[in-house]
Write a protein that binds this ligand. Structure first.
Ligand code: AGP
Length: 596
């Protein structure tokens, strides 16, 4: 949801460093991109489209300066045009600003500035910022005070970075949008996310809401709103720069699908003792929840649905809420533990739900992939899924790791009868996922049905969230209509959509009552001539009613969810590839959604 970068200390390489950083942040938005370098004036270049379009525009320009900022945009205010691309400038052209978030009071600020004679050239909320800074400079403030005074007037969510002509510094401030500093011996960086500068340094400082940073040749300082210096910890990032490359795969999504065995091993490492049949999640084991409410969005919500089932099965009342609905749903909270499931730890809807829960006195836990993320810092507790960086906009390996981590959470905080079986299934899971990756017939299925009118996905119990996730992945990267249903719901309406041109993917594991009932639903769609793709461990006789089978190893139904999902990820991936879609950057989407 927009990526911003800034750097000082890279000398002649400043421009290349900014553009390189933007290419690493492009997953956050790809509607337009731009850079600004400060010297005695501001050199600026911006363009609608992707970083490649910006690079082309830059090839015809000369920009100089060793202090700079850059931006890649996911549009909120105004369409993705050159005019709306960041950085934005004031009337004099001496101030340039990049921004991630939404300035809620921008209209009143804009009205005020227009009445005072300022000319606006974009539709964005961001443009009020350089004009306010211009006013403050004209009133006699120095650059730092001008930026501070301006930030004080902003309401809403923002991470902003600013350069001013004739000033050797980059200024930055945040509220509800992520910002992290990268610290090297001779250079300092700031960005929305670590991959932007990870090729140069592994030392990072996470900014908190209300903090203000100044980067210049002398180094960096972080201050509070009154200008008092804050001593910040310097953390070391635990992953390698290569992890943010494609490693020979055509797309990040495919690479990340194939990284699932490793991601799962990392998630489980040191946390399960198969011999003892126990799970060790440290202090989290003492949480002893009497009720659990999950809040999450998108793929993470599907993981949350799985999590809620785990706790219900352990006899602990539990429910998953769409984070965007949670604050207004105001469910009775009692002494429930509220768990935010969020890969990025920055999703605005999820953060907002967690804050609402905290205000109501709940204990909160973030299940997240990103150390130092806002969710991790704001919640009382954090459980890291340890999947490593995920660049593809479509969440893949992080979903698998979320399911594994939620199983650890349920096992570590409650007692279930079949803990040993689950632990054993979790131990086998990385190897089982590898088997699916090695043998999946997903590509053939994709080839057969790439022209389908729509795709439907059905499952029960632990396989229902997988059905929902299978459909989300399919629509997200193929732009085709896809819906997931609890298998029993199909006959209550959606069956009317089923034709010979709508393949139905049925996830049937085990041979229990759920499996038998789902097979009944399979027969219903088969009778309407729909092609059926069964994802099954072969325990039931669903194969008799299916046109195609995607086989998974026999395991516990909780682990089967990860295996079935792996096939469905591959079906979506190959369908999107056959259709020539922009798989890693699907239209209209961004990896991290930092606005509500
Ligand atoms: C799914 O492929 C998407 N990337 C999206 O649904 C995502 O899961 C959602 O935006 C939540 O993101 P989070 O896990 O970072 O909070």
């Amino acid at each position: 949801m927009c990526g911003i970068i800034g750097c000082v200390g890279r000398g002649d390489e400043t421009l290349d460093t900014l553009v390189h950083g933007l290419s690493k942040l492009e997953y956050r938005g790809y509607d337009s991109a731009g850079v600004a370098l400060a010297n005695s004036h501001i050199d600026l270049c911006k363009h609608s489209g992707k970083i490649a379009d910006l690079r082309e525009a830059l090839s015809e320009r000369t920009l100089s300066g060793s202090v700079g900022i850059g931006h890649t945009r996911w549009s909120t205010h105004g369409p993705p045009t050159d005019e709306n691309a960041h950085p934005h400038q004031d009337c004099t052209g001496d101030v340039a600003v990049v921004h991630n978030g939404i300035i809620e009071n921008y209209q009143s600020l804009r009205d005020e500035l227009v009445s005072a004679g300022h000319t606006f050239t974009s539709d964005t909320d961001t443009e009020v910022v350089p004009h306010l800074i211009e006013d403050a400079l004209e009133a006699g403030a120095d650059a730092e005070d001008a930026v501070r005074e301006t930030v004080d007037r902003l309401e809403g969510s923002y991470a902003v970075a600013v350069v001013v002509a004739g000033c050797d510094s980059v200024f930055a401030a945040r509220n509800d949008s992520p910002l992290v500093l990268g610290i090297d011996d001779d250079a300092t960086y700031l960005a929305s996310d670590v991959p932007a500068f990870r090729d140069f340094t592994d030392k990072v400082v996470y900014l908190a809401d209300g903090e203000f940073a100044r980067l210049n040749g002398a180094g960096w300082t972080v201050t509070d709103t009154d200008g008092n210096v804050i001593e910040k910890d310097i953390d070391t990032v635990q992953w390698d720069p290569e992890e943010t490359g494609k490693s020979g795969y055509d797309h990040f999504m495919l690479k990340e699908i194939h990284e699932q065995p490793r991601a799962l091993r990392q998630c489980l490492r040191g946390r399960v003792d198969e011999l003892a049949g126990t799970v060790d999640i440290g202090d989290l084991g003492d949480l002893s929840p009497t009720g659990v409410q999950f809040v999450a969005c998108g793929t993470s919500y599907h993981a949350a649905l799985h999590g809620a089932q785990l706790f219900r099965e352990a006899g602990i009342p539990s429910q998953a809420f769409l984070a965007s609905e949670y604050a207004t749903a105001t469910p009775p909270i009692g002494d429930a533990l509220v768990v935010g499931v969020t890969q990025s730890g920055e999703t605005a809807d999820t953060l907002s739900a967690l804050r609402a829960a905290r205000r109501r006195g709940a204990r909160t836990l973030a299940v997240t992939n990103v150390v130092g993320s806002t969710a991790a810092r704001e919640c009382d507790h954090a459980l890291y899924i340890r999947a490593g960086p995920e660049i593809g906009v479509a969440a893949t390996k992080t979903f698998a790791s979320q399911l594994a981590a939620l199983n650890l959470l349920a096992l570590g905080t409650s007692t279930t009868g079949d803990a040993r079986q689950v632990i054993s299934a979790l131990r086998d899971l990385p190897g089982h996922v590898q088997e699916v990756l090695d043998e999946s017939a997903a590509q053939e299925v994709a080839e057969l049905y790439q022209d389908a009118n729509a795709y439907f996905f059905i499952g029960r119990g632990y396989q229902e969230p997988v059905a929902l996730e299978g459909a989300l992945k399919m629509k997200e990267i193929t732009y085709k209509h896809a819906e997931g249903f609890a298998a029993g719901e199909l006959k209550h309406g959606p069956l009317a959509l089923v034709t010979e041109n709508t393949p139905v993917f049925a996830i049937v594991t085990g041979d229990d009552e759920r499996a038998r009932k789902t097979i009944g639903n399979v027969k219903e769609v088969e009778a309407r001539d729909a092609p059926v793709v069964a994802i099954t461990d072969g325990q039931s006789d669903v194969e008799r009613y299916a046109d195609h089978v995607l086989q998974i190893p026999e395991t516990h139904p909780r682990a089967a969810a990860v295996l079935a999902n792996t096939h469905l990820q591959l079906v979506s991936y190959h369908t999107a590839a056959l259709l020539g879609r922009n798989i890693d950057k699907p239209r209209n989407l961004a990896k991290s959604v930092t606005v509500e």
